[in-house]
Design a protein around this ligand. Structure first.
Ligand code: HH2
Length: 261
């Protein structure tokens, strides 16, 4: 799944694809590079982000979804707002990717699929001391409850996502990635997004012997490594900014796996 942020302020590519034509061209590039889905979003959910008014979010995403879906692309809409999810599905999106895990009724009413992602708190405050007893068990329980409710409401295509970086410390993120099999064992397809996130900046600085955390534009190695890790541990899809590099890495790993079989 390739990321298409039609925003001025996304944490890694804010402002680059705010123009509709630039967003559509970028999404087409990601599809050419091997993405199966493009995930279009009009509101940053990075730590401390301020919410975007519904009209502005609609203005950002609907024409982009429409253009891509008209060309046959599998489009998901990354939103927390029912109005935006509804309009995007009407414009051709087939999956509602919801970091608040609250939009199952919209997915059910429109016939779209649904991604329930885990987030502790909300973007404005979620990184102010996130706390869990057992992060893996708590995230699993929350996601299963949301996914079961979505199924019961009539959604047939239901995904779960641990929400890496959404109200989680480095240790929480690593624990979730290390124990992805617990989520995979629920039977719901698992989506994982680590791409360019803070945990990878922290780990890159550690690898460099301490000091400067590299900018989001310089976190490719960790992004690809953790995407490959997630898929090898049973995730069904990864959400990435760098599709070409991820596809190449997977091709190499697939070749080894096929040869070992
Ligand atoms: N991460 C982001 C946004 N949406 N959706 C899912 N299902 N899983 C994720 O991990 C996830 C997500 C954050 O990344 P990005 O869209 O690049 O940044 P921003 O929220 O600043 O636009």
């Amino acid at each position: 799944m390739g990321v298409v942020n039609v925003t001025p302020d996304s944490f890694s590519d804010g402002g680059r694809f705010l123009d509709h034509a630039a967003a559509v061209a970028h999404a087409r590039d990601l599809l050419d590079q091997g993405a199966d889905w493009v995930d279009v979003g009009g509101e940053s959910t990075r730590p401390h982000a301020e919410p975007v008014p519904v009209d502005e979010e609609l203005r950002r995403v609907v024409p982009v979804v429409e253009a891509l879906a008209a060309g046959g692309a599998a489009v998901s809409i990354d939103t927390r707002k029912p109005e935006v999810a509804r309009a995007a599905v009407a414009a051709g999106a087939r999956l509602v990717n919801d970091v608040s895990a609250s939009l199952a009724p919209v997915a059910a009413a429109t016939g779209a699929g649904f991604v329930a992602m885990h987030m502790q708190g909300d973007p404005r405050t979620m990184q102010d001391g996130p706390a869990y007893g057992d992060v893996v068990a708590e995230v699993r329980a929350h996601l299963v409850e949301r996914a079961d409710a979505a199924r019961a409401a009539g959604v047939t295509d239901v995904w779960i996502d641990p929400g890496i970086g959404f109200g989680k410390s480095l240790a929480h993120n690593l624990d979730l990635l290390a124990n992805l099999d617990v989520l995979v064992a629920t039977g719901y397809p698992v989506l994982v997004g680590t791409s360019r996130k803070t945990l990878l900046g922290t780990l890159a600085a550690r690898a460099d012997g301490g000091g400067q955390v590299p900018p989001t534009s310089d976190r490719l190695e960790g992004s690809v490594a953790t995407a490959v890790w997630a898929l090898l541990r049973g995730a069904a899809m990864v959400r990435v900014h760098d599709v070409a590099a991820t596809v190449r890495a997977l091709e190499a790993v697939d070749a080894v796996t096929a040869s070992a079989a």
